[in-house]
Structure formats: C-alpha cells, structure tokens
Design a protein around this ligand. Structure first.
Ligand code: CP
Ligand code: NVA
Length: 304
C-alpha cells in the first residue's frame, strides 16, 4: 500500500516538491487563462472542516475541486457533530471512508495531527494557531513569478510571530532564502520552529533592520483568530511595527509587498503600501486558487 501524503506543515514536502507544486500552479494558472478544461479531479470529493472563519481558503479549495471536475463539502463545526464534541479520530475514520481528501482549519495544531493519524486519505492543514502552509505556497508562487527564483532572496517579516511567520521560517529552511524577522518583545515565533530554521533566519530588534535591502516585505494582522481578547493591548505594543512607506523604502527599490489578507489598513500596513505600486496582494490571493489545485493534485498522485 502506498503511504498517504499529508500536508500538516511545509515540513511534509521537500524543496523539489515545493518547487514542483509552484511550477504546476503556474502552469494551471496559464491553462485556466487559456480556457482549457481540466477534469483531473473528476469524481473526487474533498471534505472541508472549518472551525474558524475563512474567505480565500474556502473559495480557493471549493473552486479548485469544482473547476477540476470534483466536489467539495463545507463542514462547519457549528452544524456538524464536530461542534458537539465528536472525536476528531472518529471523524477521520468516517470521512476517510467516504471522501478522497480532507482539509481542516482549526485552533489547535494537535487536531490536524490527530486527524491525519486516523485518516486513510490525505489531510491538509488549512490554518492552525501554529502554521498556515497553504498560504506559503501562494506567497512563494508570487515571489517566483515576480523574481524568477526564490533561493538566496532576502525576505522581511515584521509584526506578530504568528502562524504565518512560523510558516515563513519553514519555507526559508526548505527553499533556502534569508528571512529577517522583527517582532515586539514577547511575540516571537515558535521556539522549536525557529530552532529548526535557525540557519536561514535572523532576528532583528528594529523593523528597519529587517526590511533593509529585502526583495520581499510581508506582515500579517496584529491579532490573529483566537487572540481577539488581546486586541487592544496588541494595538499599543505593535505600533512601531507598521509597514508604512517610510519603512518599505528601506527595502530594495523593486521589492514587493505581500500580505496573506485579510488586512487592517492603518494598523499593520498603511494604505500607501498595500495599495501601492509594489504591492502584489491580489496576485498573491488569486494564487491561492492555483496552488490549491496543484496541492490537491500532488497529494492525490499515488506515485509521490
Ligand atoms: N489568507 C487566508 O487564509 O485567508 P482566509 O482566512 O480568508 O481563508
Ligand atoms: N494570522 C492570521 C492569518 C489569517 C489568514 C490568523 O490566524 O488569523
């Protein structure tokens, strides 16, 4: 029996596979622009478990399945037995006997591990408090499209050391780029993730040092889903970590700005930057669709 490939974090794929998924996403994007019909996922079904809100991730996966001839089932925790406490291990055993692939967005990363451990079909992490690997596929596709390569590039992360920051650290290790991180004290990224990626990561006291000479500057909301009770406190502590024009100008003149979205203009980023000439946030968001298609294809390919 072939081993089931899960996508719990970026560490589940190697460099060659990461690049393969990006290049496939670029090819699928072109095919779709040319109006080519691709029904590679005909008769395939994805179960989509959401314990947190989503716009991009839900639409990207649902559209990916539909436009490749397959089907996606949205399972909100509010309306399923998941919300009434049914074990995720039982849920995994049930769903994996009915569908071909499962996607989950949840609070606690251990739930993704639990689901994957008990599933006989691939499980995709569509965001936890710890990682957001699907977003990194789209971010890296955007960087690759814009700059032609990823290895050796300089990337700045400014703001909260959240799930997105942790996934950037994983990506830096796998794809070998230099990641400079600046977060307020007490909001550093996950220690174990940092330890694994230490050769590619530099922690900077000042946002300006992180952004200096970078090819890509990125950030995320100051308050992630699940941290809402700290929202006001964070607004004060993160004030100096806003990506404004003054800060962005420390990067290379052709640097691009990315943000996984949703964004809060006037908090983590100024309108001038996110809506400015060097921002690629819409391209990045649209790439969620193409990378979702490429990822599903990759995980369902039994030769991997
Ligand atoms: N970037 C992202 O994952 O967006 P959603 O929360 O809308 O899915
Ligand atoms: N860090 C954010 C990402 C949202 C896509 C959150 O977890 O809420």
């Amino acid at each position: 029996m072939t081993k089931v490939r899960h996508f719990k974090s970026l560490l589940d794929i190697n460099k060659k596979e990461f690049i393969r998924i990006i290049e496939r996403a670029i090819a699928l994007k072109q095919e779709s622009k040319n109006g080519k019909i691709n029904d590679a996922l005909k008769n395939k079904t994805m179960a989509m478990i959401f314990k947190k809100n989503s716009t991009r991730t839900r639409v990207a996966f649902e559209t990916a399945m539909f436009s490749m001839g397959g089907h996606a089932i949205f399972l909100s925790s509010d309306t399923t037995q998941i919300g009434r406490g049914e074990d995720l291990s039982d849920t995994a055993k049930v769903l994996s006997g009915m569908v071909d692939i499962i996607m989950i967005r949840t609070h606690d990363h251990s739930e993704v591990e639990e689901l994957a451990k008990n599933s006989t079909v691939p499980v995709i992490n569509a965001l936890t408090e710890k990682f957001h690997p699907c977003q990194l596929l789209a971010d890296m596709q955007t960087l690759y499209e814009e700059k032609g390569s990823i290895e050796g590039k300089k990337i700045a992360w400014v703001g909260d050391g959240c799930n997105m920051c942790n996934s950037y650290i994983n990506a830096a290790k796998i794809l070998n780029f230099h990641l400079k991180i600046s977060t307020p004290y007490g909001f550093e990224p996950d220690k174990a993730t940092l330890a694994l990626g230490k050769e590619n990561v530099e922690l900077c006291d000042l946002p300006g040092t992180a952004v200096e000479d970078c090819d890509l500057v990125t950030t995320d909301v100051w308050t992630s889903m699940g941290d809402e009770n700290e929202s006001e406190k964070r607004k004060n502590l993160f004030k100096g970590y806003q990506i404004n024009q003054n800060l962005f100008e420390k990067a290379k003149s052709d640097a691009i700005f990315l943000h996984c979205l949703p964004a809060h203009r006037g908090e983590e980023v100024e309108t001038e930057v996110i809506d400015g000439a060097n921002s690629r946030v819409w391209q990045q968001a649209h790439n969620r669709l193409h990378t979702s298609k490429a990822l599903i294809e990759f995980l369902l390919d039994e030769s991997n």
